[in-house]
Structures are given as C-alpha cells and as structure tokens.
Design a protein around this ligand. Structure first.
Ligand code: IPE
Ligand code: MG
Length: 225
C-alpha cells in the first residue's frame, strides 16, 4: 500500500498522462515515427523520476490504447518490440531498486506472450515497492474497462487490478485537446492540463508547470468553497 504523502499540500495524489505526439515530434525532425516512439519510451523513466521528486503517489501513463490497434501493423509491431528492447536486466534492476511499483493495466488480448511475460515479471519484482505506484496502461480504454465492469469482468492484465483512485491532475501533451478514452470515469473531477509539447520533449519543466497549474485550481467537487 502506497502511503498518502501529499494530500495536505496542494499536490495531486494521482496524475494521469496521455503519451501523445511521438510521431509529430519525429516528423518535425525529419525522422521516422518509430524513432519518435523510441524517444517517447525513453522519456517515461524521466517523468517517473519527476513524479517521485514531487512526491506523487500514483502516476498512470496511457502508452497504448485499444484503438491504437487500428494503426498499421508495422507500427504496432515496433511499439510492442520496445519493452523487450529497452528493459534489459540492468534496467530492470534499476527499476526494482528505485522503489517504483509497476502495474500493467489493460486487456491481455492481442499482446504477445514475451511482452506479457515481461509485464508479469516486472509486476512481481516490484510488488513490494512503495515509493510510487506507476500504472502502465497498455491496450487499455475506458469504454472497454467500463463495459467489462458492467458485465462483471475484470479487465486488467494482472486480473486483479483496476484503477480505482480518482485522477486529480490529467496531463495531455501533444497539442490536442481531448481525453481519448483514458480514465474517463476516474477523471470526472480531474483538473486538466493541455500542453503543446510533444511527449518525447515533455520534460521536468513542463511537468512542474502542470503542477503549478494544479496548485492554483480551486477544487470544489460540486460543492462550494
Ligand atoms: C503517442 O504518439 C504514442 C502512441 C499512441 C502509441 P502518437 O503515435 O500518437 O504520435 P502523433 O500523435 O502521431 O504525433
Ligand atoms: Mg497521437
């Protein structure tokens, strides 16, 4: 169980981020979309560190939606090759030692066995960590999650986890103002921060700007203040 470290200060307990803009980041530099995805994936650990430095308890990252399976197979294959490519034993040790607890949220359908085995291994190895809870959302969509809940099915890759903490701050880099079926229900009272920065370039400063924006909001949850 992750300690509630920051509810008193004006710091969000749960931050959700849509990882968007990899392709446009690469295109702007004359590079392939794959390179954009590579740098986007590399940015994940940097932003987890920012969240740890700011004492965030829960960070949910939208890495691949159910609807992203509509993309060309070549792009899908490249995206799913990244966890295996980037998470070697050395990197896995770093993650375990950093105190990050990783949860993989989404449907196991259509995800290859090697990737699932890696997700299961990381879940197992980090299950007693308590510095931050990081939900890696892959083949996740709110519509899918809610439909499954209505039908009494559990959707998560681990078969026992749903994201059941409300989102306080919803961040969307990538210059698009939409929620894209991410944590729709959990974000019903979230403060929403849109950034024009593409995900691979979204950095510590941008993360802190989002926190500053959040700290200025008056949250009433339908009541008065
Ligand atoms: C986000 O970047 C990564 C995934 C959705 C997997 P995009 O691939 O959506 O990049 P753009 O929006 O085309 O720039
Ligand atoms: Mg996009």
């Amino acid at each position: 169980m992750i300690k509630k470290k920051c509810l008193k200060k004006n710091i969000p307990n749960h931050i959700a981020i849509v990882l968007d803009g990899n392709g446009r980041w690469a295109k702007k530099r004359g590079l392939s979309r794959s390179i954009g995805h590579y740098y986007g994936a590399m940015n994940i650990s940097k932003i987890i560190s920012c969240a740890i430095n700011n004492k965030i308890n829960i960070l949910s990252l939208f890495c691949f939606s159910c609807d992203n399976f509509k993309r060309p197979q070549e792009e899908i294959d490249y995206l799913f090759s990244l966890p295996l490519k980037l998470l070697d034993d050395n990197k896995i040790n770093q993650i375990v030692n950093s105190g990050v607890k990783l949860n993989f949220i989404g449907s196991r359908d259509k995800i290859n066995k090697e990737v699932l085995a890696l997700f299961d291994k990381l879940t197992q190895l980090t299950k007693n960590n308590n510095v931050i809870n990081v939900n890696i959302c892959v083949n996740y969509s709110s519509t899918y999650e809610l439909n499954n809940l209505l039908n009494n099915k559990v959707t998560s890759i681990n078969n026992n986890l749903l994201i059941n903490e409300d989102v306080d701050l919803f961040i969307r880099p990538g210059a698009r103002k939409r929620l894209s079926d991410f944590l729709i229900y959990q974000s019903r009272y979230a403060e929403i921060y849109f950034s024009n920065k593409y995900w691979p370039a979204f950095n510590n400063r941008n993360f802190n700007q989002a926190l500053k924006f959040y700290s200025k909001q008056v949250r009433t949850f339908g009541g008065l203040k």
